[in-house]
Ligand binder design. Structure first.
Ligand SMILES: [Zn+2]
Length: 313
């Protein structure tokens, strides 16, 4: 079985064909347009004409209704996206079984499927333009009742703090993001660095960049400590653009976790960087779609949680 995996973010849409082992091919990248609905349908139709996948899996920013696949709530990063009945729209237009979930939930599932299939509870945090989260328990993504499970980015970290685009103040996303690292550097130097330069300067030990990363790592550690005490996961995976800062970043993050972890039972080494990086969202969305499609065909009324994935090698 093969599925078209789609990862919709505020700046880019990523697509690929994914097989049931999570192997991806025909990867493509499109800048997100304002008329997203029309753009998405066009992309999907072009892909279907070429690749003929049996299912479509979409991971999108925003809170996605687990039953209907409708986008219940999206911030201004995706204009006019709130209320779009994404699943029924794409399925109705194409006739291909479609499944939709939040992009960070998809990334967590993709990461689990590709690299951590022996892990019972995995939590992933995607640190990019913003902060996303996903929880996978026994291979099943935790979607919640309303599609807002694992929205760690909008949990208030500093009450009365910076205004968030969700309308609240002090959300974790305003303190843990690549965007903030860039901003902290610009505040000191007056210069705007592109991503590659920032990474390069961090690797070479530039003190200004290092301080900015250190500030964000400190707040990220607070979020991670809460996650260990909420879910007691075996592993917390850090994904998103921040992974480009590599092991140097991971070590400094783990250092921040030494003190809080000594008061708990987890270890800083239980935090790792994503191995699938930018592909985890596409893989997770596609795997989710294949699983949903095969479940419908084989067990129309079953809602149990039996493992549907092949056993790890
Ligand atoms: Zn918020």
């Amino acid at each position: 079985m093969r599925a078209l995996g789609i990862d919709i973010g505020g700046t880019m849409i990523k697509t690929a064909i994914v097989d049931e082992n999570g192997v991806i091919s025909e990867k493509k990248l499109y800048p997100t347009q304002r008329k997203l609905r029309e753009q998405l349908l066009q992309i999907v139709k072009e892909e279907l004409a070429v690749s003929n996948p049996e299912a479509i899996g979409i991971g999108t920013a925003g809170r996605v209704d687990p039953l209907t696949g409708e986008v219940n709530l999206a911030t201004d990063n995706l204009t006019g996206w709130t209320g779009v009945p994404l699943k029924s729209f794409i399925q109705g237009e194409t006739g291909v079984a479609t499944a939709v979930l939040n992009d960070a939930n998809a990334a967590a599932l993709g990461e689990w499927f590709s690299n951590h299939r022996r892990t019972e509870t995995l939590v992933m945090l995607t640190v990019g333009t913003g902060l996303g989260g996903g929880v996978v328990i026994n291979g099943v993504p935790l979607l919640g009742k309303r599609g807002e499970a694992a929205e760690f980015g909008h949990v208030v970290l500093h009450p009365g703090g910076r205004r968030c685009n969700c309308g609240k103040a002090g959300c974790a996303e305003q303190y843990v993001s690549m965007r903030l690292i860039h901003r902290l550097v610009t505040e000191v130097t007056g210069r705007e660095l592109d991503r590659a330069t920032l990474v390069e300067q961090y690797m070479s030990g530039d003190p200004i960049v290092e301080k900015a990363v250190d500030t964000v790592a400190g707040d990220l550690a607070i979020v991670i400590d809460s996650i260990f005490l909420s879910f007691d996961p075996e592993t917390v995976v850090i994904g998103g653009g921040i992974c480009e800062l590599g092991d140097r970043f991971l070590l400094s993050l783990r250092e921040k976790l030494v003190a809080p972890s000594q008061l708990s039972l987890y270890s800083p080494e239980d935090v790792v960087l994503s191995l699938s990086r930018n592909d985890s969202g596409i893989i997770g969305a596609a795997i989710f779609a294949m699983k949903s499609a095969s479940r419908k065909q084989l067990r129309p009324t079953r809602r149990g949680r039996k493992r549907d994935y092949p056993a790890p090698e």
